[in-house]
Design a protein around this ligand. Structure first.
Ligand code: ADP
Length: 402
């Protein structure tokens, strides 16, 4: 029988990630990315069956030309996989407050993605280019493109957590509200944790921390997102690599009124120059900061502020769970890899009944046993997220259900 493969596309603001995989066997045959779109050093990295290809593209290449290059390259260099693609899954960053599940792409869906661009101006237009170019290269799969949204996991948020305490008309007229993000990652974690804890989704009460360059945390009660730290945009919430997360909005007035900074400049400071990078003024990479924790006060401060805020969020969210909390889950580049951060954060949460087992925490990656808590503790788990696999599974499900 012909193997059926899914092409997954994730078009970011300045990068594109792609993969060809079999959702049934979970085997990933091809994956890669294009880095530095619209910049000087645009380049493509493609791995086909563990063989790595690296190509330089013309400077300032855009999404359309980068993806055209990638698709032509795949057709030429791995036709045996290319020809087996029978569906295309697109990661869509923002679907507004209407779409609560993955969906086959048609004119209506395109319109919703277009209309939601106002809240994800760097991402949704890029996602639309990804769809457009898929139609061009795979015209025979036109009705087999599926949109998987980062916002749909959070459409269960109750009004009390998604509304901001600003005049109500901003919500009514302009849809200013919390939408959240990282929903694809949270959805995958829920699939996985159902199996690990042997409970159905609606029995699960979890606080999940997705910690990467972008970080967020979500309170999941009876399987539903009931609060999440990212807001109208992914700028709110935890301390991130270069994003500030929560701050007093009056800081913006100060920068504007007293320092005379333009709004574009302030946006640039809060999204690209703040967070871990802003505090230590050198590096946003958690590995660098951990390495320098004991010999650089600023590196120490960056990590301490990160952990302080994360612990505060976890404690706050625990009060929303009606006394039922099965586990804290760590995922994302930092959540999966940094035993140092996990230890620091959990050490602040003993009042809630969380105690880390240092050995399990240190070895969880190689042992793949998920659990890092002591016996007398509530569960603490480390689960590697697999957003591409989740997109492929959703795509396959929708295509096969016709
Ligand atoms: P993104 O939000 O861009 O998807 P990732 O989930 O890839 O980000 O996470 C990137 C972060 O993970 C970086 O801060 C990086 O330093 C951190 N990270 C990766 N590996 C390790 C490690 N072994 N120890 C500590 N931090 C790590």
């Amino acid at each position: 029988m012909l193997e059926k493969l899914i092409l997954v596309l994730n078009c970011g603001s300045s990068s594109v990630k792609f993969a060809i995989l079999n959702p049934l066997t979970k085997k990933k045959y091809v994956f890669g990315n294009v880095e530095c779109l619209f910049l000087k050093d645009t380049r493509v990295n493609i791995t086909i069956n563990s063989k790595i290809y690296q190509k330089k593209l013309p400077n300032y290449t855009d999404h359309f030309h980068a993806l055209s290059f990638v698709f032509r390259f795949l057709k030429k260099n791995c036709f045996k996989y290319y020809e087996k693609i029978y569906g295309i899954g697109h990661r869509i960053v923002h679907g507004g407050d209407q779409i609560n599940c993955s969906i086959k792409i048609n004119k209506n869906v395109l319109e919703i993605i277009r209309n939601s661009s106002i809240f994800a101006p760097l991402h949704n237009p890029a996602n639309l280019i990804g769809i457009d170019i898929s139609y061009k290269f795979f015209p025979y799969l036109k009705n087999k493109n599926v949109a998987v949204f980062d916002t749909s996991f959070h459409t269960s948020l109750p009004k009390r957590s998604y509304l901001y305490a600003i005049p109500y008309e901003f919500y009514k007229k302009y849809k200013i509200r919390r939408y959240g993000a990282h929903g694809i990652s949270y959805s995958y974690i829920m699939l996985k944790i159902e199996k690990i804890l042997k409970k159905s989704r609606k029995e699960l009460n979890i606080i999940c921390c997705h910690l990467g360059n972008g970080s967020s945390i979500t309170a999941i009660k009876n399987g539903n997102s009931i609060d999440t730290s990212m807001g109208l945009t992914p700028l709110e919430g935890l301390v991130m690599g270069t994003r500030s997360g929560d701050l007093d909005p009056a800081i913006i007035f100060f920068m504007y009124n007293k320092l005379g900074l333009k709004i574009k400049k302030i946006e640039n400071i809060l999204t690209k120059k703040s967070g871990l990078l802003g505090i230590n003024n050198k590096n946003s990479d958690c590995r660098y900061l951990e390495k320098n924790y004991y010999n650089s006060q600023k590196a120490k401060l960056s990590i301490d502020i990160f952990c302080h805020r994360l612990a505060k969020y976890i404690s706050g969210y625990s009060s929303l769970m009606n006394g039922k909390l099965d586990a804290i889950v760590f995922t994302g580049g930092i959540g999966e890899n940094s035993f140092f951060i996990r230890k620091k954060v959990i050490s602040k949460l003993s009042l809630l009944g969380f105690h880390i087992d240092e050995h399990l925490n240190y070895t969880v990656k190689e042992n793949k046993n998920y659990f890092i808590n002591k016996k007398n503790s509530r569960f603490i788990l480390v689960i590697p997220t697999k957003e591409e696999l989740f997109i492929a599974l959703e795509t396959q499900k929708l295509i096969d259900n016709k």
